[in-house]
Design a protein around this ligand. Structure first.
Ligand SMILES: Cc1ncc(COP(=O)(O)O)c(C=O)c1O
Length: 274
């Protein structure tokens, strides 16, 4: 049982002094969570990640997003948001001095209109935020859409903030893709993950940022003055989860896909949908 294993690990970490910021212990915990996250990314998404230079552990994906906007935006910079979106983005962008430029997708196919996306870019655009799989509509960006976003980012020298917290909520044997896995844009992607989503532990608030060092360094500096660190005992416990065998992650998908099917059939019986 994942929660039981992780809870035990919190207990052990606390018994070993995990309530304190002792430099020597701190390095071990940091190494634990960062290196295990790098290995987990490699296992499920392919790209190799340098855990010492390219990974930062944060207090949830929300803090990771806040650190990213605080670090990368100057007052007046524009950020393209592909809507509908997780509600924290716009507020955090505005607090960091940025200006939100929304592009709203529409049902039934929720596809990106390439012309609208190109037209949204100005000489003030600095970031494009992409959430895939996407909350709240469950959209997964197609290969063509990923390529379109990558091409625009390269052409206009933009950074892509890839919120991939739902990386394991991909159903029906569809593959998982990460923007960080596209070689041509590896140097302009800030990838965000969340233990809360991968282990159904939202209240723990442990997230991760993966980015090349030139992007990660300013984000780590912002993190230092937002929370300074993420509770070490929780980092240790999340490392236990990230090291679980593939079967855990496959079962998570299966369980959630079953719940999706149940919900869909209930909605159909209630008269919604075709
Ligand atoms: C798309 C998206 N990103 C980030 C988050 C925040 O994750 P965390 O709980 O790790 O802060 C959420 C939470 O609902 C979300 O839906």
């Amino acid at each position: 049982m994942i929660v039981a294993d992780e809870a035990k690990s919190v207990e052990t970490a606390l018994a070993n002094g995990g309530t304190l910021l002792k430099p020597e212990a701190f390095e071990d915990w940091q190494k634990g969570a960062q290196s295990v996250w790098a290995e987990n990314s490699r296992r499920f998404l392919g790209p190799s990640v340098d855990w010492e230079r390219e990974v930062l552990v944060t207090s949830g994906a929300t803090e990771a997003l806040a650190d990213t906007f605080l670090a990368l935006l100057q007052p007046g910079d524009e950020v393209i948001l592909i809507e509908p979106v997780y509600d924290a983005y716009a507020t955090l962008i505005r607090r960091a001095g940025g200006h939100v430029v929304p592009i709203r997708l529409s049902p039934p196919d929720w596809a990106i209109d390439p012309e609208r996306l190109r037209a949204a870019v100005t000489n003030r655009t600095r970031l494009i935020v992409v959430n895939t799989p996407m909350n709240p509509i469950g959209k997964i960006f197609t290969a063509e859409e990923r390529q379109l976003i990558a091409d625009i980012a390269i052409k206009h020298d933009l950074v892509i903030v890839a919120d991939e917290v739902y990386e394991h909520l991909v159903f029906d044997d569809r593959p998982v893709h990460s923007f960080f896995g596209l070689d041509a844009i590896r140097d302009r992607v800030v990838r965000i993950g969340s233990a809360g989503k991968s282990f159904s532990l939202t209240g723990w608030k442990v997230g991760y940022v993966t980015a090349e060092a030139h992007l990660l360094q300013p984000i780590a500096r912002a993190h230092q003055f937002v929370t300074f660190t993420t509770p070490p005992a929780l980092q240790s416990a999340v490392a236990v989860g990230l090291n679980l065998p593939d079967s855990y992650f496959l079962n998570l998908r299966k369980t959630l896909a079953n719940r999706r099917d149940l919900l869909v059939s209930g909605l159909r019986q209630a008269g919604f949908g075709g």
